[in-house]
Design a protein around this ligand. Sequence first.
Ligand SMILES: Nc1ncnc2c1ncn2[C@@H]1O[C@H](COP(=O)(O)OP(=O)(O)OP(=O)(O)O)[C@@H](O)[C@H]1O
Ligand SMILES: N[C@@H](CC(=O)O)C(=O)O
Length: 451
Amino acid sequence: MIVCKFGGTSMANARQFEKVKAIVTANPTRRIVVVSAPGKRFSNDQKVTDLLIEAFYDSQSQNSALQVIERFTSIQQDLDLPVELVELVTTELSTRLGSSEGDVNSRLDAVKALGEEFSARFFAAYLSSQGLPARFADPQDISLLMTEPGERAQLLEDSYKELRKLKDTTEILVVPGFYGYTQSGKLRTFERGGSDITGSILAAAVDAELYENFTDVDFVYAANPNIIDRPEQIELITYREMRELSYAGFTVIHDEALMPVYRKQIPVEIKNTNNPSAPGTKIVAHRLLTDRPVTGLTADEGFSILYVSKYLMNRELGFGRKLLQIIEEEGISYEHTPSGLDDISVIIRSHYLTPKKEQRIVNRVLQELGAEVAYFKHGLSMIVLVGEGMRNSTGLAARATAAISQTGANIEMINQGSSEVSLVFGVLEKDKEKIVRALYDAFFQPVKLRV
Ligand SMILES: Nc1ncnc2c1ncn2[C@@H]1O[C@H](COP(=O)(O)OP(=O)(O)OP(=O)(O)O)[C@@H](O)[C@H]1O
Ligand SMILES: N[C@@H](CC(=O)O)C(=O)O
């Protein structure tokens, strides 16, 4: 059995629904289909999920809610689906927007999930209208069980036993991505982009022979195609490389989506709904190394650094632990902790910080840890080079720093992961794009011979 997931661009309108139907029916083993909410139809369009979030926060203006209804109405009309489906969207949306049950996060989750729910209901209805044996699979009915609010939103391990039963389906099951239910019956969404996670969970649950993730690019490219013109395509990549790249900025697949398939060693293919005959990118456990040490490079922004310095810090037992405990007590998870003899930095995502939190952290580090210097710096970007071949390659950091120095930008931080498949540079956000271009030239452009 193949589990396939179609992203927002694949479900954006009726024309895309037709393409998805053609892909699903081309192979009878595609029996579990996970869908996202309708995404962008053109570059400055809005995703249905974003409209739903706007509708939730701005309940005075009905504009965003009306746009959601319009998006589904045009799909219903263009595919000649029963009008009751649109009536259901309208009533569910107004019920959920008007609900005062539960806290703000639970209410927001219930509204956010509507995009996926109706994408799946509409697509199942469309397949049925074409005479295909298909049905909508409600995450609650199939036992896609999530952790309770307060904990990070993730699947309960116990769910796998029930989800496994989907293996025997003779119909095409259309499952909405992005959400599930807690044991107490509360709807919960994964992080943004979480339909990839739903697809991966189902692929692992039914021991699929393949997990196909359909999007709007022919391949995963060695760098973001919005920054580098026609970057090199990646045909084969390992789970580990893909996870590092997804976490650090490749938006093609959610980094959390790789764990369920990795544990079962289920191969993944990233393919293009608009060009399904392109071979796509395969994600596998192992691959033969090529003469290219770097597989991909990416940049992510929105980071802050906490600099801490204290003379003889390296001799002080437990200094690092106490520092990280202060960070933990503020509910912050950290990304990197590069250190020297008398100093240590903690890199964190800026969205965790507020001016009050920052002040509290700095005061505690100065007073409780006796540091001489402690301050935050914001507006940083992390540039990450990833490749299984990096472990066996010498002089790679020198090549990278030489390329960065030619741009005139300053490197704020360097960190090499202990697995040695990634090298991270912290730089100012304003320098991000020119550094990505310089590194791409250094590692991917064919060498130009002098004549
Ligand atoms: N290295 C890369 N290779 C390929 N695409 C990349 C890369 N880095 C960023 N992207 C972007 O990722 C996009 C595809 O992923 P995205 O999640 O946005 O689309 P989707 O499949 O429609 O899913 P959804 O809208 O549901 O999140 C591409 O259009 C491309 O702009
Ligand atoms: N629709 C959700 C989830 C997804 O597309 O995977 C989002 O936009 O984040």
